[in-house]
Design a protein around this ligand. Sequence first.
Ligand SMILES: C[S@@+](CC[C@H](N)C(=O)[O-])C[C@H]1O[C@@H](n2cnc3c(N)ncnc32)[C@H](O)[C@@H]1O
Length: 331
Amino acid sequence: MKAIRVPKEKAEEVRKVAERSSAKDKRRLVVCRGDYVEIPIYDGFEHLFSYEIVEQENPVFAKSKDLFGILKKRIPENLHNLIPRRYKIIGDLILVKIAEELENYKSLIGETLLEIHPHCKAVWRDMGKKGMLRRPEVELIAGEGSETVHRENGCLFKLDVTKVMFSPGNLAERMRMAKLGKGEVVIDMFAGIGYFSIPMCVHSRPEKVYSIEINPDSYKFLLENIKLNHVDRIVPILGDSMFVIPENIEVDRVIMGHIRCHEFIPAAIRALREGIIHYHESVPEAVINRPVERIKRAARDEGREVKILNFRKVKNYSPGVIHVVVDARIC
Ligand SMILES: C[S@@+](CC[C@H](N)C(=O)[O-])C[C@H]1O[C@@H](n2cnc3c(N)ncnc32)[C@H](O)[C@@H]1O
């Protein structure tokens, strides 16, 4: 879906031209991105404008087409509180969580979402992720197709939603990682399809990123994404990061992007002579210090010093549980 990218001060003028020429895509809102504004247009109108035309990432859709507003007329009133308010758009696929009580309405929900987002080809019911491999449990409820290419922050992520997860909620953290690592040797211990390795290589030019992934399905997409994004500094490794971290390399940074990976902290510490760990964990708010304590304890056991640099929330994980990331310097 295309948009005209114009400096803020020109936005109003260009928007009017787009409206008058029927080029403006009415389904999407004009969005502000830093000093620029993106004005959504329909395909085929690009030649009318002398400004940059971009493929729009994360478009914002007009409110009149909200799912609840449409479905409340089609679903009995006693179920209204269960109508999904949120859903994820990954490339041209939609993932939506649906309560069991709405089982009989799942196709209706899927078809309605396709009406709202005509550029999407299928809707999948999201039933969570399983085990250490974070394998998605999904069910097709409308349309067809499970493979897509998600565009984000100047990177392309090819994936199959039936085989690997993608969490749009981690966008801010992926963007933060994209700014780090310049000139460094990095180990991405839970690389997946390249969630952190790809943005880092696209935007920061690290010396090398060793991207370790245990699941052959994710690894296959990691290889494809390396090619798609034309990055040549990733060394993909298929295996268990507990055992396959390369030896005899000087590592500056270790990314531990798995929310249940505390058992791997000692291995990450051993990989670093001096450097930074980005450690993720899903933690109940009642024991919010647990991730920091785990890092400190592991460092002590390894006879190393540690300085906690940063503690940030990535997103809400479940009621009372948050996904956090701790940056720690190991000396
Ligand atoms: C899905 S990612 C986490 C999501 C990511 N942080 C994001 O931004 O969306 C976690 C990955 O770690 C992989 N994994 C799990 N255990 C592993 C291990 N022991 N060694 C290497 N990779 C592992 C899983 O297969 C999965 O692809």
